[in-house]
Design a protein around this ligand. Sequence first.
Ligand SMILES: Cc1ncc(COP(=O)(O)O)c(C=O)c1O
Length: 482
Amino acid sequence: MLDSPVTLYEQLAGRLQAAIEHGSLRAGDRLPSVRDLARREQVSLATAVSSYRHLENLGLVEARPKSGYYVQPRAPRMAEPEMWPMSVRARMVNVNTSVMSILAAMRQPGIVPLGAACPGPALYPTAKLRRLLAAQGRGNLEAIGRYGMGMGHPALRAQLVRRYAHVDVLLDPEEIVVTIGAMEALNLALQAVARPGDTVAIESPTYFGILQIIENLGLKALEIPTSPRDGLSLDALDLATQKPGAVRALVVMPTVQNPLGAIMPDEHRERLVAMMRERGIAIIEDDIYGELAHGGPRPRPLKSWDREGNVLLCGSFTKVLAPGFRIGYLAAGKWQEKVEHLKFVHTVSTPEVLQSAIAAFMESGGYDHHLRHLREAFHGQLRKTTEAVEQHFPAGTRLTRPAGGFLLWVEPPARLSGLELFRRALVENIYIVPGSIFSGSDRFDHCLRINCGYPWSAAIEQALTTLGRICHDMLAEAEAAG
Ligand SMILES: Cc1ncc(COP(=O)(O)O)c(C=O)c1O
């Protein structure tokens, strides 16, 4: 039997965390004693203690000497953003120029990195990866001297097959094409399923890279409302895809949507796969944040419900293990052959030594341990950032409560310009990403996305205070201008 990547104490902590986040356990409530918890859940005392320690590290509970564990008191929460109403119109996208100029600001020296979805390098096992990389090079000089032509290194494919089997995705090693990050995987997938002029349904807001690819390929985007809680609205998608042949493909992030952090419930996943199959619409599943759901077990990808090869599963190690290696992958179902041709024409193949170093890391058994730490760190960082936004941003600001990952979506009150906020923040050496680039429309122009991937620091705290002050200033100016 395959071992589960989620330990018993994590599962138990995940259930308690859900009870806290959904309000059935309230701030200040006393939690059951360790002994009672162990008895009730039929786990060992050590497991019960580990669950409470885990929640303590996440800042959700506190231990009071000689009294037990209590749910941490919290400041009142800001409301979550609302899903926008549907307007069914596919349109050409034009975001590349603004995305590239906004991304360029990231290179400003000494900037506080609250913009791009790039976590702090210290969170990754770089020393171990460096050793493994050197060992791969030494042990297999041929891999450096040889012209690698394969679609994927066998050891990495085997590791991916094994990991996805845990979540009911049964892949054949040969169907995995290893790519240069998820960006290449998404590019290949979209090129395989769509022709210029075709319409592609996407979440709204969505990761701007997807909009950039759609623009480059001359496709049209049909933006589907997406909830910060459940992700893509299936009712809206249902309406938008009634006309046979009108939509060629759907790009979707069911697990930890970027930028909203939503997780689609299993019932929705099943319905989505069936609906798209019936209507002949290919699903491109972006699973890049699949391992980063907080608490509980990793959700099953859409691909696990796919029996016809209609789901193209894209993923990457850039967020979870080795950002600098740029290793991603794609299992393209019935478009496999097409994808292999496209991959060859794009980049021929993906560097083998990098693939084998990642495979060696996974084989070493340290991957789950690393992921646990990463998730815990992100959760803590998200919590601190949320508290700072709640403290410093104007009343009426809305913000997401992401179910995973490390991104926060903030919607200040009234219609402030996110782009102006971005510019003013830059003057203060703070980098954020304005909401405008997450859609082909102006719907999110007043929003911003905050990267919480860096360990909490005084500089980040100060930057969030400054951002809040800028929002207050802008609101006051807007009021004064009438
Ligand atoms: C949702 C999503 N998909 C794809 C990518 C691209 O990933 P990669 O860096 O592996 O190319 C990103 C990067 O931020 C992302 O957030």
